[in-house]
Design a protein around this ligand. Structure first.
Ligand code: DO4
Ligand code: MG
Length: 308
């Protein structure tokens, strides 16, 4: 099952169930379903979520919307996609692909003589897990991701993200852009939270695909493209078969002595390294396409503070 959130003029946020080229509006305030997060909380597991959404779609029988038509630039006057879930928390995992671990080690070694930290976490049973965002810091499809005003080298970090239900059940998948200010985290590893967490640092979408529908999550093609001035200046692919851990293992580390609310998103890391000279610039567009999920497309904006 594919689930979305969309904006409907005059009605605001709606919950949608995607069926082929149509989107069924399953928003049901009388059932406590104002948002996808409510469905995740009520469903608890992937099976529970699917059952609840199916039941609502049968009960409500509303006029369906056009799925491709929702994938447009947000405007108050037209229906458009929103972030597919308002996650209470977003966490990230790091150094989960060999390519990433090697890239970062070369980089920090050259800059600071710190060779080893990324390779070491790649090999260790304990993964790198970091707090990434809250709902207010996330954006949905076709909404700008931001480059912070004090960064000259901010990069797209495309990856597969999982959505957790009750007690860490993996209920759904989506695409994530873990936008990161590399110059800030490279200056000193203690600056990582400032590289990762700020307004507009995380894009999610275009939809949630429930676990039963995604198929094998270790065989998904991921492509990231950067479009600048109408030209594709970067396009590279990775596959989740190169993912070095098991998803359940990451989740069990995240849950250790921790409270993780239902609807939390965990970004599983990136296997596509954008070269340093393709740092994100105002006006760029980042497209992340994941097999079975679709394309998450976001414009890039330089934070206003440095534009002044
Ligand atoms: O410490 C760096 C973060 C790693 C990360 O975000 C990733 O591997 O995707
Ligand atoms: Mg990342």
């Amino acid at each position: 099952m594919k689930l979305v959130q969309f904006f409907l003029p005059g009605k605001g946020k709606r919950v949608g169930l995607v069926r082929g080229d149509r989107v069924l509006d399953v928003t049901a305030p009388d059932e406590g379903v104002h948002a996808v997060l409510d469905l995740v909380e009520q469903g608890k597991t992937a099976a529970g979520l699917v059952k609840r959404a199916e039941w609502l779609s049968r009960r409500l029988r509303r006029k369906a919307l056009d799925w491709p038509g929702l994938q447009r630039t947000p405007s108050r006057r037209a229906a458009h996609l929103l972030v597919p879930i308002d996650p209470p928390e977003v966490w990230g995992a790091g150094a989960t692909y060999k390519r990433r671990a090697e890239f970062r080690d070369e980089d920090t070694a050259a800059a600071k003589g710190l060779k080893g930290i990324y390779d070491s976490v790649y090999e260790n049973p304990r993964p790198e897990l970091f707090f990434k965002a809250t709902a207010g810091r996330c954006v949905g499809p076709n909404t700008p991701v931001l480059v912070r005003s004090d960064s000259q080298l901010t990069a797209a970090e495309p990856g597969l993200a999982i959505v957790l239900g009750a007690r860490g059940a993996i209920v759904a998948f989506t695409a994530c852009n873990d936008v990161s200010a590399w110059d800030i985290e490279r200056e000193n590893p203690l600056y990582l939270p400032q590289s990762k967490i700020y307004l507009g640092c995380c894009a999610l979408g275009p939809c949630l695909v429930t676990s039963d529908e995604i198929g094998d999550p270790y065989g998904l093609q991921i492509r990231c493209s950067i479009i600048r001035g109408g030209k594709t200046v970067f396009s590279e692919a990775a596959n989740t078969s190169q993912f070095h851990r098991r998803l359940e293992d990451l989740v069990s580390w995240l849950l250790k002595d921790n409270i993780i609310p239902a609807g939390t998103v965990l970004s599983t890391g990136t296997g596509i390294m954008v070269p340093n000279d393709l740092n994100l610039r105002d006006g760029d567009q980042v497209d992340i396409e994941i097999q079975g999920i679709g394309r998450l497309s976001n414009p890039v904006r330089q934070s206003r503070e440095s534009r002044a």
